[in-house]
Design a protein around this ligand. Structure first.
Ligand code: HPA
Length: 275
């Protein structure tokens, strides 16, 4: 992957409006945040050497560089998923590219199904920890110490300082947030009700089909991570109704205002993490 990373970095370095400090990965229906970026330079994934082009409905497939609340950011409007058939090394390539471009911290967002029965669709959840249920890892294969340690520590995958800051910011803005454990599944089928009960027993609060691979790579290369899930639906079997991707997009549409305002306020106060 080193060659792909270098090619993408060389290509992007000449294009970006500023050296990014904060990376943003915007999940299903949450890409609107990139529209708020000022002095935006937009680079479609298909133009970037080594990048696949994103295919999921509700995902745009472009990088947006610029400033958000005065802070230099690089945002992925749409991400790559394992269920699309991409190797995890490709799914996580953009994280390595962000790191090489100067990013210090990553804000990852996703739409997820609520497993915790006290959640409701439209809730925002700060990710406190995750369970890798992909059955594989993006770090499998030879390790180069230049990229990160062979056996990276995952005891603080999601930065406590960032969670505290996000909670404080939400409270000041009058936005209610949940906290919990995100389970990453491969998808693309939604879970069965029995699987949802199993995941609840295992300690999961929300389930989705992304994020975990990107966060493993982010920690491997030393990026601090803040994760935010939008609970777009209750996971299968909790309410007596089938699950649809359209519902996921509709709910994210409804919480857009709170989501945008929360992430912008967090970005504006990132210097206060003390890290
Ligand atoms: N399960 C898995 N992934 C999801 C869900 C879900 O219920 N909702 C949004 N992404």
């Amino acid at each position: 992957m080193r060659k792909e990373i270098n090619e993408a970095v060389n290509y992007l370095e000449g294009k970006l409006s500023s050296k990014p400090e904060t990376g943003l990965i915007l999940g299903s229906g949450l890409g609107v945040l990139a529209d708020e970026i000022e002095d935006a330079v937009i680079i479609p994934y298909q133009e970037i050497p080594g990048f696949p082009s994103s295919t999921v409905a509700g995902h745009k497939g472009q990088l947006v560089s610029g400033t958000l609340e005065g802070r230099p950011v690089l945002a992925m409007q749409g991400r790559f998923h394992f269920y699309e058939g991409y190797e995890l090394s490709l799914v996580t390539l953009p994280v390595r590219v962000m790191k090489a471009l100067g990013v210090k911290e990553l804000i990852v967002t996703n739409a997820a199904g609520g497993i915790n029965e006290s959640f409701k669709p439209g809730d925002l959840m700060l990710i406190e920890d995750h369970i890798n249920n992909f059955g594989t890892s993006p770090l499998i294969g030879p390790n180069s110490e230049e990229d990160g340690p062979r056996f990276p520590d995952m005891s603080e995958a999601y930065s406590r300082a960032h969670i505290t800051l996000a909670e404080k910011t939400a409270q000041e803005a009058g936005i209610t947030v949940q906290k919990g454990v995100y389970v990453g599944n491969t998808g693309p089928a939604y879970e069965t009700p029995a699987e949802v009960r199993m995941l609840r027993t295992l300690g999961g609060d929300a389930v989705g089909m992304s994020t975990v691979p990107e966060v493993i790579v982010a920690r491997h290369c030393g990026l601090k991570v803040l994760g935010i899930s939008c609970i777009s639906n209750m996971a299968a079997g909790i309410l007596d109704q089938p699950l649809h991707h359209e519902e996921v997009i509709e709910t994210t549409e409804k919480v857009k205002a709170d989501f945008l305002s929360l992430v912008k306020k967090i970005v504006a106060s990132l210097d206060q993490t003390g890290e």
